[in-house]
Design a protein around this ligand. Structure first.
Ligand code: PHE
Length: 338
């Protein structure tokens, strides 16, 4: 019996078959058990030896099965490991990587530039009240300058902000009359313009506001000079021209020197040698007052940069609609996000 069992165990090739053998040889209905039944009729001496031999046979078959089981398990594990083997030298699949949108780039560049000069970044709502967008910016109802900013109204008192200037009012009111304030506020703005190569009904601005004691126009000019040189290159110069905004007095339009012709005049700067980039001025004392600051104690300057304008100049883009069409052929020209 033992010989036959051991031969079968050694020939057995899988776990299920091995289990069947175990049940057969070591179970109650197996040949060993049957042989042991005959012990009842044996003489005591004979019974003793027969019992010992039977138990030893059982033990040895059991051990052979355990050994075979361990061997089969190890073999299965090795086969699995071999099947799961990965070749780490194979090149991976490259995932498509997006690029940073040029407007986001300009926004982040501006934030970095002004954070470096000690400014904080502030935000305000895009759906704004007439009060903040106009009234607190010294544009009462019926003011002719409201026509400069054709507005999307949601209801009589609510609108899509036409500029980032209302964030000035939010920041000043939060400061409760105590300076200094040094913030920039980049964000989306909306106007009811017909879209063309240089106009978009949705666009982006970056507001700047500084409030402190003894702030002068010289501080504004110095700040904008740093902005022009950091953003467009060290050789760029700025020029201030008198202008009008209800929320600043005096107000200026700021031009940067044309890099294309070096000031001689070309198509890009329409022959003037200068390109307009932003509006700015000293915060109107009436605005300071309405927003909780004492104009006898505090002065300030503000500026509003058009982000599309900056991006168009920086990356030589001639159609504002390119920013909003999300054509991959356009977007892929800009730096990848590695
Ligand atoms: N808010 C003005 C505009 O959108 C720009 C501006 C901001 C001008 C701050 C002066 C000071 O046209």
């Amino acid at each position: 019996i033992q010989e036959e069992a051991l031969a079968k165990i050694s020939a057995c090739a899988d776990a299920k078959e091995l289990n069947d053998l175990r049940v057969f040889y070591l179970g109650k209905k197996g040949p060993i058990q049957a042989a042991m039944k005959s012990m009842k009729t044996m003489a005591p001496e004979e019974r003793k030896t027969f019992g010992q031999v039977s138990n030893k046979t059982k033990q040895e078959i059991g051990q052979a099965i355990e050994e075979k089981k361990a061997y089969l398990e190890e073999k299965a594990l090795n086969e699995r490991l071999l099947a799961e083997d990965i070749d780490i030298s194979l090149p991976g699949n490259r995932l498509p990587v997006g690029s940073v949108h040029p407007l986001t780039r300009v926004k982040e560049d501006l934030e970095e530039l002004f954070l470096g000069m000690g400014y904080k970044v502030a935000e305000g709502p895009e759906v704004e009240s007439d009060h903040f967008n106009f009234e607190l910016m010294n544009l009462p109802k019926g003011h002719p300058a409201r026509d400069m900013q054709d507005t999307f109204y949601i209801d009589e008192n609510t609108l899509m902000r036409t500029h980032t200037s209302p964030v000035q009012a939010h920041v000043m009111l939060e400061a409760k009359g105590k300076g200094p304030i040094k913030v920039i506020c980049p964000g989306k703005t909306y106007r009811r313009d017909d879209d063309d190569a240089t106009h978009s009904h949705q666009f982006m601005q970056c507001e700047g506001l500084v409030i402190d004691k003894n702030i002068t126009m010289g501080d504004l000019k110095g700040t904008l000079d740093v902005f022009a040189k950091k953003m467009f290159g060290e050789k760029r110069e700025i020029r201030l021209r008198p202008s009008y905004f209800p929320f600043t007095e005096p107000s200026v339009e700021v031009d940067i020197s044309c890099a294309n012709c070096g000031g001689k005049g070309c198509a890009m700067c329409k022959g003037t040698g200068w390109i307009e980039v932003l509006g700015a001025g000293m915060v109107n004392p009436h605005v300071l007052e309405m927003c909780g600051f004492d104009p006898k104690e505090y002065q300030g300057f503000a500026f509003g940069i058009g982000l599309e304008r900056v991006a168009m100049l920086k990356y030589d883009i001639d159609n504002i609609r390119d920013f909003y069409n999300n054509d991959l052929r356009f977007l892929e020209q800009f730096e990848r996000k590695e």
